[in-house]
Design a binder for this molecule. Structure first.
Ligand SMILES: Cc1cc2nc3c(=O)[nH]c(=O)nc-3n(C[C@H](O)[C@H](O)[C@H](O)COP(=O)(O)OP(=O)(O)OC[C@H]3O[C@@H](n4cnc5c(N)ncnc54)[C@H](O)[C@@H]3O)c2cc1C
Length: 472
């Protein structure tokens, strides 16, 4: 089959483009070298849908952010992905700087921006640090689940005829007339257009495509995840005043009821590690925002690595390779911008943004614990697996995990199931449910335990079944 478009990279941006192209009726495939979508920047970030006051006016970042923010509620509703307009406060003691941010936001077209005094700030964040006297309040900022969004974009695309190929390592791309022949370690694909949306892998793909390369730099952001019982006293995201290294160490609620505190901003390599220095930095800076924050309530640390290319996103048709679209340096606010970037790429490809009629709706994957009691009773009568708890901390049932395993995009990693269900995200961090999830994946995929992954190839979780090993 010759695809109209092949998207390389299954982050939130690549899957948003894939999904949009499927919805306008194109034959599309998405290729990722990882074992699941959302394993790059899209799995480890602040999960914020920014309002759009931060990027410099007239940049792609500003335009895509403001438009993307407006597209989020309907997109998330359609896909059954959590999204809440919780609002954001940029807090400090420098009124002139807050006024500059306000003016920039207005210039970017951000609505519902306000400047608040300390009393007004206290009504939204009662525990705000003592020195804070002024804030920019962006009511349109929100929170979402970046990986659930990415997964849902992929799933809905597959449901409507798109193809996703995981663990595909591209080795060669040749032109055969108007068509590209893409050779991977596993097979061959043909496409009229290729989208390079490979994040940190952008230049590797550009080299194979003989399209433009760009200097990319990496900047690590480390975080603490706080327990749901931490009850940090803020209903919205709290930012310090921005610096040239970014938006600073923030405190934000998550859609799951936890809190994130971070990220650091350190020029780095691509490794998603956490460091003593980074974590200590967060502890100091967070106290400048919230005075009674207690890091004993942190249950996990993680980091994500920003992929940066200059001041703005690069989204353009390749001048060297007709039919190639380059997306480089899609760092923050890339999550917020993803739905708008997808529309922009459709235009760059010369297609009309007219969606097909009769598209199939993605079934909603509401966790059993979040269903109303009447629905829970109804479901339990039909399927007893929803009565069996697998993850005690997060109260995730066997039925939740089985329905995640049955979603259109089939994965065989424990982290893939964790992203889809929250199993392993609670206070014991998978200590209780890990092996149960491994067994369920092996059974559902009809594979051996040693073929189940933690995340990508090379992270196999078992040597084999102990009874088999004993026979050696
Ligand atoms: C610490 C941090 C905090 C952030 N906070 C926010 C925020 O709050 N709000 C916001 O809007 N944005 C935020 N961002 C930015 C946002 O996360 C990114 O802009 C967005 O996730 C980029 O998505 P993507 O699809 O372009 O890239 P990625 O998610 O990185 O995906 C790239 C994909 O390409 C694949 N790939 C790589 N190489 C190859 C190859 N050779 N062949 C095939 N596939 C390949 C990878 O496996 C991966 O799946 C943050 C980023 C970081 C790191």
């Amino acid at each position: 089959m010759i695809f109209d478009v092949i998207v390389v990279g299954g982050g939130v941006v690549g899957t948003a483009i894939f999904n949009k192209l499927v919805r306008i009726g194109k034959k599309v495939a998405l290729l990722d070298k990882a074992s699941d979508v959302a394993t790059g920047q899209s799995k480890a970030n602040s999960a914020l849908v920014h309002a759009g006051y931060d990027p410099a006016p007239n940049t792609l970042k500003a335009k895509m952010n403001v438009k993307g923010n407006a597209l989020f509620p309907a997109l998330c509703r359609r896909l059954g992905v959590p999204f809440k307009r919780t609002g954001a406060l940029v807090v400090g003691d420098d009124r002139a700087m807050i006024e500059r941010l306000y003016a920039r936001g207005k210039e970017n077209g951000v609505k519902n921006l306000f400047i608040l005094n300390r009393e007004q700030i206290l009504s939204l964040a009662p525990d705000i640090a003592d020195g804070i006297t002024v804030a920019l309040y962006a009511k349109s900022a929100g929170i979402t689940s970046p990986y659930l969004l990415t997964i849902a974009l992929a799933d809905e695309g597959i449901l409507n005829g798109g193809k996703v190929f995981l663990e595909e390592d591209i080795k060669r791309v040749e032109r055969e007339g108007e068509v590209f022949k893409i050779t991977t370690l596993k097979g061959e694909f043909y496409a009229k257009n290729i989208i390079n949306s490979a994040g940190a892998g952008y230049n590797d793909i550009a080299k194979i495509l003989k399209s433009e390369s760009y200097p990319l730099t990496f900047r690590r952001g480390e975080y603490f995840v706080f327990d749901k019982n931490a009850h940090l006293k803020t209903s919205c995201t709290l930012f310090p005043l921005p610096t040239k290294m970014g938006k600073g160490v923030l405190v934000t609620p998550t859609v799951d009821g936890n809190f994130l505190v971070g990220p650091t901003s350190e020029d780095s390599d691509e490794r998603t590690i956490t460091t003593d220095a980074g974590l200590n930095d967060i502890k100091v800076k967070a106290k400048n925002i919230l005075k009674n924050i207690n890091f004993k309530n942190a249950i996990r640390q993680f980091s994500g690595v920003r992929v940066i290319s200059g001041e703005d996103f690069i989204i353009e048709r390749s001048k060297r390779q007709n039919g190639v679209i380059n997306l480089a340096g899609i760092c923050s606010p890339g999550l917020s911008s993803a739905p708008a970037i997808a529309e922009y790429v459709v235009k760059l490809l010369g297609y009309k943004n007219e969606e097909k009629k009769n598209l199939k709706a993605l079934p909603k994957h509401t966790l059993f614990k979040n269903l109303p009691i009447t629905k829970q009773r109804e479901l339990l009568r039909k399927d007893k697996s929803f009565g069996e708890i697998v993850c005690k901390c997060e109260k995730i049932t066997k039925g939740d995990i089985l329905s995640a395993l049955n979603r259109p995009l089939k994965v065989h990693s424990v982290d893939g199931i964790k992203r889809r269900t929250n199993a392993g995200m609670g206070i014991c961090q998978g200590g209780f449910c890990f092996t149960k999830v491994v067994k369920m994946i092996a059974k559902a995929r009809k594979i051996k335990y040693e073929e189940v992954l933690k995340e990508n190839r090379g992270s196999e979780v078992a040597l084999g079944d102990i009874r088999e090993v004993e026979k050696w």
